[in-house]
Write a protein that binds this ligand. Structure first.
Ligand SMILES: [Zn+2]
Length: 451
């Protein structure tokens, strides 16, 4: 059914950053077929299947989170005050107790939260990420998904030992490949699969090289973590005699089809290695700030590294991520105009589209692109006066202001609620499943952190 949204302010994020006041946008068969001034678009589209009055609303491209672990919402209210110790003390050991259905319950809540926050595409990497695919299909969101593989023994890892088992390497690759063979391109193309080796300190060179080999064979993109801790540099140097960025480069993981998360610990040489590779950065300013870190966004951009944004985990309001990108860049550079609202919005939309190789398909409101968009109600506390709709969106909007979301031309959030799932049910299910899992975690490790 064709849809026409009229009388709205359109923030296009096209090459000219056009903002169209009293604009209309026509959607048919999943794509944007027309946009412009409302009277003109109405003349060209006289009989839409449905007309939505967007008066007092802003329509913008959906956000694209290029680094996310939806199931890690299980650490909400647990890991925020634990610094980087949560990785070894909580994240890795939780995988030894968490059941697939518990992960599914918690991660499904996050997918719902992100969608109603205006996020239309999620790059999701996680152990057992395959468990979410049927829910993604039903919810209507777009997701690039990868099994987050690692072949270091989890219990030894928690003790600070690095034991790699070739049998585990093989099983991990098999899991990731089977997921790709089953789900890549499904849900009308909304689901794509990536190869996603976890991080430099718990992945062997064999696993990295196998990930590259299988990605090339199956036509998949890749993602991983790098540059997130001083100890990462120490451990990778001890295990492999190189830096984390060199380790990924030497084993095929730094390339233009790769998204690297974090990058807040780097230096001149490693930034060079990153820049020469053509790989994209998934900048996670909110999570980095939680850990007392700020990635050198402006340096990376100056060096030509393509940058997108990611929420990482635990948080559920994507507007906070977009704001954090501005605030952290300004603190890092001590420059109050370091990046502007329009720059941050571009990182959150077109930056993500480029990172996923989808810049011709999503990321802006342009004729011919897939209709992935949000409509935000500006007639409420915090968003008036609207003297500049872009600045209000970036600096003052919240997930709760998102009234309608469309993915692939289908309405998936309406009147602030999910169309294909019940938000309260998702929240209740996440609660009971998380409590169960934490009960077993505490029983096994004697507290809420394994060390
Ligand atoms: Zn991560």
């Amino acid at each position: 059914m064709s849809v026409l949204i009229t009388n709205a302010t359109l923030i296009t994020v096209d090459d000219d950053d056009r903002v169209i006041e009293d604009g209309a946008i026509a959607i048919d068969d999943g794509r944007i077929t027309d946009l412009g001034a409302t009277p003109e678009v109405l003349v060209r589209n006289p009989a839409p299947g449905r007309t939505i009055d967007g008066a007092g609303r802003v329509v913008a491209p959906g956000f694209i989170s290029t680094h996310t672990h939806v199931g890690y919402t299980i650490f909400r209210g647990r890991a925020e005050d634990h610094g980087l110790n949560c990785v070894v003390g909580m994240y890795i050991p939780m995988n030894t107790v968490l059941q697939r259905e518990e992960r599914c319950a918690v991660g499904s809540l996050t997918y719902g939260e992100l969608l109603r926050s205006g996020v239309t595409t999620v790059l999701e990497m996680e152990e057992d990420a395959d468990v979410y695919a049927p829910f993604v299909e039903r919810l209507g969101i777009r997701s690039a998904m990868g099994i987050m593989t690692s072949d270091a023994d989890a219990d030894a890892f928690t003790r600070g030992e690095y034991v790699f088992d070739p049998k585990v390497t093989e099983a991990e690759v098999k899991h990731a490949v089977e997921f790709a063979e089953t789900w890549h391109g499904r849900a009308d193309g909304r689901i794509t699969v990536m190869m996603a080796p976890n991080m430099t300190i718990n992945v062997s060179p064999e696993l990295l090289r196998a990930s590259r080999r299988e990605a090339d064979r199956l036509g998949l993109r890749l993602t991983s973590h790098c540059g997130w801790g001083e100890e990462e540099y120490d451990i990778v140097s001890e295990l492999h005699g190189v830096s984390p960025f060199e380790y990924l480069r030497d084993n095929g993981l730094l390339a233009p089809d790769t998204v690297i998360a974090h990058g807040y610990v780097t230096d001149e040489h490693n930034t060079d290695v990153f820049a020469h590779s053509g790989a994209c950065l998934a900048h996670c300013p909110l999570m980095n700030a939680t850990r007392g870190q700020i990635a050198p966004l402006l340096d990376y951009q100056k060096r030509g590294i393509p940058v997108s944004l990611g929420i990482d985990n635990m948080y559920g309001d994507y507007f906070e991520v977009v704001r954090a990108a501005v605030l952290m860049a300004r603190i890092k550079s001590a420059d109050a105009t370091a990046i502007l609202a329009a720059d941050a919005l571009r990182l959150a939309t077109m930056g993500g589209a480029r990172a996923l190789g989808m810049e011709d398909e999503i990321g802006s409101l342009e004729i011919g692109k897939r209709a992935d968009l949000m409509m935000v109600d500006y007639g409420t506390f915090g968003l008036r006066p609207t003297l500049d709709p872009v600045q209000n969106l970036v600096y003052h909007a919240h997930a709760s202001n998102v009234e309608l979301v469309m993915v692939d031309g289908r309405i998936v959030v309406e009147e602030h609620g999910l169309v294909h799932a019940d938000g309260r049910e998702l929240a209740a299910s996440a609660e009971s499943n998380a409590q169960e899992a934490w009960g077993r975690f505490v029983a096994k490790y004697g507290g809420i952190a394994a060390r």
